[in-house]
Design a protein around this ligand. Structure first.
Ligand code: MN
Length: 238
């Protein structure tokens, strides 16, 4: 049987100097790659490129994963940055939005994690809280460090008749590594999970195959069954 090919949009960083001479590095956290492999998919990594090439990239794969990383450039939702603009990559934002639009056009499912969920929300006309602790008073701690990355730290509640309900049940706990979150919901999106303090933690597409989660299954797929199960769903059923 042909195994599903999963495009994973990857990031760039400058090496700190300890390993690779301050070179710019194209990379993705290996959790995405290994989890896809473990459930029987073939990962294909997409380096940041020009939006014009998105159509050809998406043609190579059955599905797409948009991963975590930088904040989304706030000018994309009409706001001035409240945090350092070194945390944005306009080039990455534009390429990944083009990949997303192309995936919808070609009818290919998308799994979006953390920044990926935030980017799609912005691409569909939504906005973000730039700093949850400042803007959303009374929040539980959504940036969980220094707790280990795979440890679930807050509760989520899933909506009926959703992918997240099927995979995670009505209530569970997840890890949390974000200081931003969805403020105004984008068009054609449905909220399918909230944290116990009311932050949007999961979205699905109304009329296209999209699953977005605010937590990191890629940090925990090797220790928590539900986080491997979600990759299995993405690769075989989404
Ligand atoms: Mn959270």
């Amino acid at each position: 049987m042909k195994q599903p090919v999963i495009g994973i949009a990857i990031n760039e960083i400058f090496d700190s100097g300890e390993m690779l001479h301050h070179l710019p590095i194209s990379y993705t956290p290996a959790g995405y790659v290994k989890a896809v492999q473990e459930v029987g998919g073939i990962p294909l990594l997409f380096p940041i490129s020009t939006p014009q090439l998105a159509e050809q990239y998406v043609r190579q794969v059955d599905k797409l994963i948009l991963t975590g990383g930088q904040n989304v450039d706030p000018s994309l939702y009409g706001e001035k940055p409240l945090v350092s603009d070194e945390l944005f990559s306009r080039e990455r934002d534009e390429f990944e939005l083009a990949l997303f639009n192309e995936a919808v056009k070609q009818g290919k499912p998308v799994f979006a994690v953390c920044r990926g969920l935030q980017l799609i929300n912005v691409g569909l006309g939504g906005s973000l809280y730039q700093n949850l602790e400042e803007e959303f008073k009374g929040t539980v701690h959504h940036m969980q460090a220094p707790v280990d990355k795979e440890i679930p730290t807050h509760t989520i509640l899933t909506e009926e008749k959703s992918i997240l309900r099927d995979v995670y049940g009505k209530e569970t706990k997840v890890n949390s590594f974000h200081w931003q979150g969805i403020k105004r919901l984008g068009e054609k999106l449905r909220i399918t999970a909230y944290s116990s303090d009311g932050i949007i933690e999961g979205i699905e597409g109304e009329d296209f195959p999209l699953l977005g989660v605010q937590w990191h299954p890629d940090f925990a797929y090797n220790v928590l069954k539900q986080e491997l199960d979600v990759f299995n769903f993405v690769v075989h059923k989404l």
